[in-house]
Write a protein of this length. Sequence first.
Length: 447
Amino acid sequence: MIPLVAGAVLNPINSTLIAVALVPIGHAFGAGAEQTAWLITSLYLATAVGQPVVGLFVDRFGARRVLLAGAVLVMIAGIGGMLSFSLDWLIGVRVLLGFGTCAGFPAAMAVLRKRADAAGQGVPSRVLSVLAMSSQTIMVIGPTLGGALIAIFGWQAIFAVNIPLAGASLLLALLWVPKDDPATLTKARIDVPGILLFAATLLTVLLFLMAPALGDLYLLGVAVVLAVVFTATELRTRKPFIDLKMLGGNRPLLRTYLRQALALLIVYSIMFGYVQWLETARGMSESGAGALLLPMSAVAVLAAAFGGKPSGIRVRLIVNSLALLAGSLLLLVVGNGTWFVALVGVAAVFGVGQGLTSVTNQTALYSQAPADQMGTASGLFRTAQYLGAIGASTLIALCFGNQATSAGLHHLAWALAAVGVLLLAVTVFDKGLRKPRVGISAAEDAG
């Protein structure tokens, strides 16, 4: 478990450390909120495209090899971030971090599924809870840790910290992750055309979503054409990059992806939008804004601890949806003069949603995805998560503009409330959550 957790937390820690660094980095390079938002978006673009690709590599080449390669990339990115030549350079570093940190989650899920199936076990709820709790804890303490690092060493420290973290992940994977079957290297076949078409389609859609405008509607037309070509290619390929037939027949899995995207859109809007508002409108320091989210961390960890059981998934997901909706509505009454304790309480409400979101959907994913495609399915799960993160970045930019104000925060709250209503509806009416099954095939789950 230790090396799997060490690899899996590299992505969430890099997703959240940046939250309190946006303002000082902007000051260092004379950039506004719309420009520094690319530090968030660049990692999510790379991760959204890279996760299913790396998941496929896990399925075809083995989890250990992929974990080691990912750790090396993260260490290189950590060194690059310390150089900090320009804002564009840092955006490139974040892209490299996105690709490097893709390895942890699909590799962990693939190893867990393989070992559990070999032992004849069902859903390893305890291990899934630990994996989710680790990521959740890192996600929420990330701003606090980032604030402390910036206060002591400067904002470059949020990049440099990747060097020891990735080094530890590399060493632990070498020591304790089981060696991959040598035969997988000779049997592995990669659908390169499928990967390229998927990447081009997704990037085209994301480029439009990050700054939607009437003049860029042509991008959606291009994306539709690419999607048609991608679909035709995958359906004709004997070993496709993404098994569209499996996905088309596994509607519960598709709904799990949708729930994860919607829930994380709300969570990341708070992680980044709320923190920017605290620093700008309330005048808090980076370390102070990060510390205010500590109650969110505590609540999220407790919620995740009770969220990994294989039974009662539907009830916990409904509670999760209600918590995120309630938190979004509470933001409507938050302003420059709001009592500090009330600000802490709002963060704690979101902590319930954050703690339950990933661990419960992750448990559903484990039950719904075919065992031999667990790496790819887990990669798509993370792609859905970061589509939500990119949506959050877009919402924040649209609502805040060049400066985070209370009026902008209220606009963001209305948008998040609408997302919360949709998430609740998707969850309540999902009959597939009532009887999750492990190891199902696409044909068995066609209903």
